[in-house]
Design a protein around this ligand. Structure first.
Ligand code: URP
Ligand code: ZN
Ligand code: ZN
Length: 473
């Protein structure tokens, strides 16, 4: 078994930062040592198989992205990253675990869809992966399937209040699924937008001739995110089930979450870098059809309305529990361009799995969040929330040796076309300059990225059978 010794770096956890050395034995962390306290450190430096000098750099747990959609069939096409290309890109960016979504559509059996997703991912992934289950058809059989899922390590379930006729659940179905999740101790995730009202606004917008990508945003106003979030919280309260609201973009929706948390309800918020940096005016409103690059739901919000500052604030207060990417990439050519002349035909989604750790570190550079908060929302909290802690999300003895060495004096330019590794013909963050750099990435003890070289392979990543969440408020 390979013994790896990382010395000289500052180990950052969700609770503090300290100069510490890390010993890895095979796939797991064997010890975390105070440098200079024993002769052991110099012995290890002399005898370990691999020695990494992390002086001047941060040593952090590998990123955990709890919301991705690799090769998701959606909007008449399929997300452009496969499990192979998407997890490789994630590794480049310092993410060592993803949780993707198996999808049950109306008429399908939950367990069949999970088998399908296993077949898509098995032997393909560069990093470890788990699944949530989208329940797109709440009925007696799928409610039974939820119990079976939990015993197979799929312990969280996503429902949609948006996309009528595709994944949509009505309030009665939501209530039933929440009751079931509550009984099982499982986590219910919600896409909270009032899809019935949105579909009317979309139809009216197209009929008026407002067909450009910008109008995707104006057809999904924040009031319909706030309303759905409030409704989901109330339904969860009636059932006693914990609730995790995904990809929150409106400050008013987060206010609902913060209020519920304030009264002690188990409600959690997730946001994504696109909502922290990009806007309705600058991106969705870009000239011509350019804005299609940023068509996603919930939509980018108006910068003028001040959502971004509030989202950062809710990260600091803890009402945003985790930052995910909702990675759902589509190329402009042949995919996004299906919606030229009609924004409702643009497949919804933004790719970013490669950039989350950097974009959130920029929040540290900009003084928005602390180093520890960076690690908390990108690594530790998602691992806890989704039943993978302390195996993932922390550098401590017994944990999987998923480690990132991050250089705060480095630099990352998210540039044109091919500086990224995601299977996309553009980058949603083109032109962004990040004041830091992912230097080295280890996945279960193995160096998979080092100094600008990819050393991993498809099939290294394993399926994680997740436990029930440790999600108490
Ligand atoms: O636009 C998005 N978010 N696409 C992916 C599917 C979803 O709703 O999460
Ligand atoms: Zn969603
Ligand atoms: Zn999503």
């Amino acid at each position: 078994m390979t013994r790896t010794f990382i010395h000289g770096g500052t180990v950052v956890s969700a609770t503090g930062s300290q100069l510490l050395d890390v010993l890895i034995d095979g796939e797991t962390i064997a010890a975390v040592l105070r440098p200079g306290t024993t002769a052991l450190g110099s012995d290890l430096a002399a005898t370990a198989d691999v020695v990494i000098d992390a002086t001047g750099r941060y040593v952090i747990p590998g990123g955990v992205d709890p919301h991705t959609h690799m090769q998701m069939p959606f909007g008449g096409t399929e997300a452009s990253d496969t499990f192979e290309t998407g997890t490789r890109a994630a590794a480049w960016g310092g993410t060592t675990t993803i949780v993707d979504f198996a999808i049950q559509k109306p008429g399908e059996r939950v367990q069949d869809t999970q088998a399908l997703w296993h077949a898509k991912a098995q032997g393909k992934c560069a990093i470890d992966y788990g699944f949530h289950q989208i329940v797109g058809d709440v009925n007696d059989e799928s409610l039974k399937g939820m119990a079976e899922s939990v015993s197979e390590g799929v312990t969280s379930f996503k429902l949609f209040m948006a996309y009528p006729g595709v994944f949509y659940s009505d309030d009665g179905q939501i209530l039933r699924a929440m009751q079931r999740a509550g009984d099982l101790g499982a986590l219910l995730m919600m896409h909270a937008e009032n899809g019935i009202a949105i579909d009317v606004l979309v139809e009216q917008s197209i009929a008026r001739g407002d067909t450009a990508p910008y109008f995707h945003g104006t057809s999904r106003p924040w009031q319909l995110e706030e309303e759905a979030t409030h409704r989901a919280i109330m339904l969860a309260q009636v059932t006693g089930a914990p609730l995790y609201v995904v990809h929150v973009s409106a400050k008013q929706a987060l206010e609902q979450i913060a209020t519920a948390r304030g009264r002690g309800q188990n409600v959690f918020g997730e946001t994504c870098p696109q909502y922290l940096y990009l806007s309705l005016e600058e991106q969705l409103g870009a000239p011509g059809f350019e804005g299609a690059k940023w068509v996603c739901s919930t939509p980018l919000r108006s910068r003028e309305e001040g959502h971004q500052d509030e989202l950062w604030r809710y990260i600091r207060t803890g009402d945003v529990t985790s930052v995910a990417t909702d990675h759902c990439p589509f190329c402009m050519k042949g995919q996004k361009d299906m919606g030229v002349g009609d924004f409702s035909k643009i497949p919804n989604g933004i790719g970013g799995v490669e950039h989350r750790m950097d974009l959130m570190f920029q929040g540290v550079v900009d003084g928005r969040i602390s180093l520890e908060k960076w690690v908390e929302v990108c690594c530790t909290a998602p691992a806890r929330m989704f039943g993978m802690y302390p195996r993932k999300g922390v550098i401590s003895p017994g944990a999987d040796a998923d480690v990132v060495i991050y250089d705060p004096r480095g630099h990352t330019s998210i540039g044109l076309g091919k500086t990224h590794h995601m299977n996309m013909d553009y980058s949603a963050y083109e032109g962004f300059e990040i004041g830091g750099h992912v230097d080295t990435v280890l996945s279960r003890g193995r160096v998979i990225v080092n100094d600008g070289q990819y050393l991993g392979n498809a099939g290294h990543g394993r399926f994680i059978r997740r436990a029930l969440s440790q999600n108490l408020i």
